[in-house]
Design a protein around this ligand. Structure first.
Ligand SMILES: Cc1cc2nc3c(=O)[nH]c(=O)nc-3n(C[C@H](O)[C@H](O)[C@H](O)COP(=O)(O)OP(=O)(O)OC[C@H]3O[C@@H](n4cnc5c(N)ncnc54)[C@H](O)[C@@H]3O)c2cc1C
Length: 308
């Protein structure tokens, strides 16, 4: 109930405007978001990249303005050039949301998003790194997977994301576990109806294990995006059973979440990639992080009260 309300609030443009302008809220957001601009984010990434891999995400989604979608693509081009100049692109890639690139712009949205995503992939290729396309709510799954398929014709290293809470995802894992296919498996962060998604933690976790087994036994490159200690242990077990070494899959976690576990995995020689978001449009991302864990909401409210 609380989760559904927070996710509903994450879509409110009015609350988004108020929150993104508030300095008080901004301080709490810093735990999850690596600054408002690229120089600040790149400074954070420089430190993290000494021991971890990174995927850098310029925050923004649900763009209703074609020019803004183009500006997002331009911002990624500059970001990738900067990462290359700093010699970081062997350890740092980027994540993109198609709704920030124009996917939600009506009938031509998919084409606009594809064209903008191609620009980013061109820049990533020139910089010597990769791109992973984030997955958003279930109404966009087919279009997003189609765009990934189109991008992979020229850029076979483009990563896709599958969400274990969706009932369809086992089938998608089978379809996308071919050679070279980079697949990030996460539980899923949106509030989806029971008609398309498992709703209980037990069902989602069981689906995650089934999907992971398919990906580990396949020929692609699984990216295990979870902070769940039980699923991390299971992933190591399934990777071993499938004969994968520590270089044949990676763990992924969010910036600001289970930091010690990220360090532990890095020190144990595992490939661990930190998802680092930055930018001024942090509100929907931040609200989804609150929705995932009620303790975050308490932390947020305590900080808010103590600073007012
Ligand atoms: C690298 C990465 C990329 C992602 N990309 C996408 C995407 O493209 N699309 C999408 O829908 N979702 C994405 N997600 C979010 C994901 O779907 C989940 O919502 C999120 O990871 C929480 O699920 P969990 O697997 O960590 O398990 P949970 O059962 O939610 O959490 C397990 C434990 O992890 C810790 N934890 C989890 N979340 C938090 C948090 N916010 N704050 C503090 N502690 C926490 C807690 O200790 C919790 O008990 C991504 C997640 C990661 C790690």
């Amino acid at each position: 109930m609380l989760r559904a309300s927070l996710i509903a609030a994450s879509r409110s443009r009015r609350l988004r405007g108020i929150a993104e302008r508030s300095a008080l809220v901004g301080r709490v957001v810093d735990r999850f978001v690596a600054g408002k601009d690229a120089p600040t984010a790149v400074a954070t990434v420089r430190g993290l990249a000494r021991e971890r891999l990174v995927t850098l995400d310029l925050l923004g989604e649900d763009t209703r303005d074609e020019r803004q979608a183009e500006q997002t693509a331009e911002a990624y081009e500059h970001l990738l050039a900067r990462l290359a100049d700093e010699g970081l692109t062997d350890r740092v890639e980027v994540s993109v949301k198609l709704s920030a690139l124009g996917q939600a712009l009506g009938r031509d949205g998919d084409k606009i998003a594809l064209d903008n995503a191609r620009r980013i992939c061109d820049a990533a290729a020139a910089a010597g790194t990769t791109v992973t396309v984030d997955m958003e709510d279930h109404t966009t799954t087919d279009a997003t997977l189609q765009t990934v398929q189109d991008l992979r014709v020229d850029f076979p290293w483009v990563g896709a994301v599958l969400q274990a809470y969706l009932r369809r995802t086992e089938g998608d894992c089978v379809a996308l576990s071919g050679p070279g296919s980079r697949i990030r498996l996460c539980k899923g962060a949106y509030d989806e109806p029971a008609s398309v998604a498992y709703r209980s933690k037990q069902e989602v976790d069981a689906s995650y294990v089934r999907c992971l087994r398919i990906l580990m036994n396949g020929d692609g490159y699984p990216m295990v995006a979870t902070h769940d200690p039980r699923l991390i242990t299971i992933a190591e077990h399934l990777a071993g059973q499938a004969g994968r070494t520590e270089f044949d899959f990676e763990f992924q976690m969010l910036h600001g979440v289970r930091e010690q576990e990220q360090q532990r995995l890095a020190h144990a020689g595992r490939r661990i990639r930190c998802y680092v978001p930055f930018g001024s449009q942090w509100y929907p991302y931040f609200m989804r992080r609150l929705a995932e864990r009620p303790a975050n909401l308490a932390f947020f409210l305590r900080s808010f009260v103590s600073t007012t």
